[in-house]
Design a protein around this ligand. Structure first.
Ligand code: BGC
Ligand code: NOJ
Length: 813
């Protein structure tokens, strides 16, 4: 039995970590809107408001030694012993340690010599502040006197210049201290009208706001001089590195427990209301927030509200089956990760600094299908934001900045799969909500006022962007790249100092075509056709259908390699992903998309392609991206061949694209294979936590593939389109509950060992209790369906009246 660092507590919807020394920091996210925090199992991490780059509140050290440095630290000095409830940074051995990561909250408990310190971290709904409720308990029969120091280190706002511009930074830091509240106001005097604060709800016996005074210049977080000596310095930061630390002397009688409420908050003032008096910041809003959070009762009520918020979100879709791992994935962790992906869109994690990239165009569109059932209003807003960064010719900025919502010039456009994802995302939204009014919304191009066209026209332009950019075989030109943004067929980079993503894009005269975009075009193009018909735009539907038919014909004629779908044609028009190639003979993306789209299904192409995937790409930990892995640099392929074999896009297991094959398997009715593949990458089924290394409760972007040095090792956890794709796959294609314009379609495709299960699904205001019976161990195909006791024809459950409860029983073949 491999070593376990924790386990699930499904009833509490928590993952419980019992050993602080996890193989990598196992993190969680705080906050649901605007104010966010990343928190590791030892309380490491940082906070920001709205934008991890521009409004960074506290400092974190990426890639530091020791690992995971910087965080929300409490130091307890008990005689000569100094310890932290989360073990780090002092790493004093604890008598008991437990970290519970829940839905947007984390609680960490440590016990040492009969004193328990438990901290609950969360961001109350609609609040720009993080609460840290510390409960200290004396479990012994002696009175205990403790010295408590809190600690936060301020980041000088822009997380990027904070790490670079020291000649300025070391002179700008400013704070104000007002009773138990420490205010961080660097740059407030001039162009900023925001500040942060850190408070505790009782009078303090001391404080520090200057890092050097608190730590000692050559000490680490594990040995702050002030703590070791038990003496706060009362320092006031002037430049250098401002911090916030409270000092409290605590006496606990035998059995006594005491709550202390720390609040880390952020305020934006109006320009003409910035000051209380000359040089003194206006603290009204901070005080208002603090007054809402100054007692345990108020904080507990806020915490309850957060839990209720999650109750509501998670009751929209839930399953009850005989497999608890499936249930916890669907009912808790997969949905949770989808919401996290929505909030962060991969911009901040322990693998992404929050500085390097904003929101991806393709990424954000795909993410929509993971959270649209939960927060449709915010999905609507997101769609408009995304579409506003599109160009008039249908091309798209590849990324945009969440704070400004403007396209990111650094990366620009030219990724030719991007436009089709808009159709994918919008149709997902429409099926869930039936809100066709969004299609009439005026949406600008590149955010230029006056350029607005309806969202529907954006979809048409997106569709036509593919049609207008076909290559010599009638297949879509790839541009800078498609979903695989490391297959850079037009880049030819010889310069180690340039990024593959932004370097020259030699599309002039290029013959580089993508079979993945071809499959995506057929799959999502059909969505476009269906939508047109739904809207009564039949001429447009017919026009689009012709292009889809032509694409199918082109794929069958030029995209088939004999046993699988080619991946692409390169700049010179040579095959990529063919048995004729020396390396990279077969790829997952094109085979996933073309089988999802059912191209050549009748002619047996899908069967052959999926069998080849099984034979060449499958492994113990999931399906690798390509095979054989590239072992040398191919300048005409770009970044993909820069990775060592088995990692990332070079034959790593991209959890994001495994679902494409899984859905492909459901298209041919192979529920057994579909579920086998799904279980291989689903975190709830991870066997070896030490090998997997990253959080066992969420999907990672990549797991090292079979050619890697350590197959099965996970990387880039949390922020990946994997969450949405697996959600889409398990709920719509495996459990088979599909939202459509006219109701829910029931069409499971499961493993024959899967017995009866029940799905509860809220849809358009009604609740459906859907019982699926599988008496004969079938994989798919419905024998009969009753709706409220009456048998119906077909498998579409019509939309019921709002507020009603509908009982559906479906019996498989
Ligand atoms: C990574 C990709 C990522 C891209 C853009 C590449 O280096 O391998 O996975 O999408 O950078 O951030
Ligand atoms: C990460 C990017 O965010 C995503 O857009 C891309 O498709 C994958 N990497 C695969 O390259």
């Amino acid at each position: 039995m491999a070593k376990e660092y924790g386990h699930y507590d499904d009833a509490a919807r928590e993952y419980v970590i019992t050993d602080p020394c996890t193989p990598w920091p196992w993190i969680n996210y705080l906050g649901t809107e605007d104010f966010f925090g990343l928190i590791s199992n030892t309380a490491g991490g940082y906070s920001f408001c709205k934008d991890a780059k521009f409004r960074r509140i506290t400092r974190y050290r990426y890639n530091g030694v020791p690992m995971d440095a910087g965080g929300r630290y409490f130091y307890i000095k008990d005689g000569d012993t100094v310890w932290n409830p989360g073990w780090k940074p002092c790493k004093t051995p604890l008598d008991f340690y437990e970290c519970r990561h829940g839905m947007n909250y984390t609680s960490i408990e440590g016990r040492k010599d009969g004193v328990t310190a438990k901290v609950l971290f969360f961001v109350p709904l609609k609040t720009w502040a993080e609460v840290q409720k510390l409960t200290l308990t004396n479990t012994t029969d002696k009175t205990r006197k403790l010295k408590l120091f809190s600690f936060q280190e301020w980041c000088l706002w822009n997380a990027s210049t904070d790490m670079e511009n020291f000649q300025r930074n070391f002179s700008t830091g400013e704070v104000e201290i007002d009773g138990s509240v420490i205010y961080h106001k660097t740059e407030y005097k001039e162009r900023r009208n925001h500040y942060a604060y850190y408070s505790v709800n009782v009078p303090v016996q001391g404080f520090d706001t200057d890092r050097e005074s608190f730590l000692g210049l050559y000490n680490g977080f594990d040995a702050p001089q002030a703590v070791l000596e038990g003496k706060p310095r009362g320092s006031v930061a002037h430049g250098w590195s401002p911090i916030a630390s409270h000092y409290l002397e605590i006496e606990l009688k035998p059995g006594q427990s005491r709550d202390l409420i720390f609040v880390l908050g952020y305020v934006e003032n109006a320009q003409d209301d910035k000051w209380e008096s000359k040089g003194v910041i206006n603290k009204r809003m901070a005080r208002e927030t603090l007054s809402r959070l100054d007692t345990s009762a108020k904080v507990d009520a806020e915490f309850k509200r957060l839990c209720q918020y999650w109750d509501n979100l998670l009751q929209i879709f839930s399953v009850k089956s005989a497999d608890e791992r499936l249930d916890r994935t669907v009912n808790i962790w997969n949905q949770y990760q989808c919401m996290i992906t929505f909030c962060f869109s991969r911009s901040a994690s322990f693998f992404e600094s929050g500085i390097g990239r904003g929101m991806g165009f393709r990424d954000s569109n795909q993410d929509l299908i993971g959270f649209v059932h939960q927060i449709p209003e915010r999905a609507r807003e997101r769609i408009i934001d995304i579409a506003s960064t599109q160009f008039a010719d249908g091309g798209c900025y590849h990324q945009y900045q969440p704070l400004t919502k403007r396209g990111n010039d650094g990366i620009g456009g030219g990724f030719n799969d991007d436009p089709m994802w808009l159709i994918f995302g919008v149709c997902g939204y429409l099926r869930e909500t039936g809100d066709f009014s969004i299609l009439d919304e005026p949406v600008p191009f590149d955010n230029v006022p006056g350029s607005e066209k309806s969202l529907f026209e954006h979809l048409t332009i997106s569709f036509d962007h593919v049609v207008n950019n076909l290559g010599p075989h009638g297949l879509p030109l790839i541009g800078r790249a498609d979903w695989n943004d490391c297959l850079n067929l037009n880049c030819f980079s010889n310069d180690p100092d340039e990024s593959f993503q932004t370097t020259e894009n030699k599309t002039e005269g290029s013959k580089a075509e993508s079979l993945m975009i071809a499959g995506l075009f057929v799959f999502s193009g059909r969505d476009y056709v269906e939508l047109c018909r739904q809207l009564g735009k039949n001429a447009e539907a017919d026009r689009a259908q012709k292009h889809i038919d032509a694409m199918i014909a082109a794929v069958e004629k030029y995209g088939w390699d004999g046993n699988w779908f080619l991946r692409a044609y390169d700049y010179y028009g040579r095959k990529v992903g063919s048995h004729e190639n020396e390396e990279g003979q077969i790829f997952i993306e094109s085979n996933g998309w073309c089988t999802m789209a059912g191209i050549g299904l009748k002619e047996g192409l899908c069967d052959k392609a999926l069998d080849s995937v099984k034979e060449r790409l499958d492994s113990e930990h999931g399906i690798v991206l390509n095979n054989p892995a590239f072992t040398k640099y191919y300048i005409e392929y770009g970044e993909i061949s820069s990775y060592p074999a088995g990692y990332k896009e070079n034959a790593g297991i991209f959890c994001h694209n495994n679902p494409w094959v899984i859905i492909g398997e459901t298209v041919r009715g192979n529920g057994k294979a579909a579920m086998e593949y799904w279980r291989k990458i689903c975190p709830a089924y991870i066997k070896d936590q030490t090998l997997h290394k990253v959080e066992p409760y969420v999907y990672s972007q990549m797991v090292a593939g079979k050619d890697a040095f350590r197959p099965g090792e996970g990387k880039n956890s949390w922020l990946t389109g994997t969450a949405a794709w697996n959600w889409y796959t398990i709920t719509q294609f495996i459990l088979g509950i599909k939202p459509t314009y006219n109701g829910l379609v029931i069409d499971p495709c499961i493993s024959p060992d899967m017995k009866d299960f029940t799905v509860t699904r809220k849809f358009r205001g009604a609740t459906y209790e859907i019982e699926i019976k599988n008496p004969n161990g079938a994989t798919h195909g419905i024998k009969s369906i009753t709706v409220d006791g009456k048998e119906i024809c077909g498998n579409l459950i019509p939309i019921a009246a709002e507020g009603s409860l509908v009982h559906v029983t479906a019996v498989l073949q």
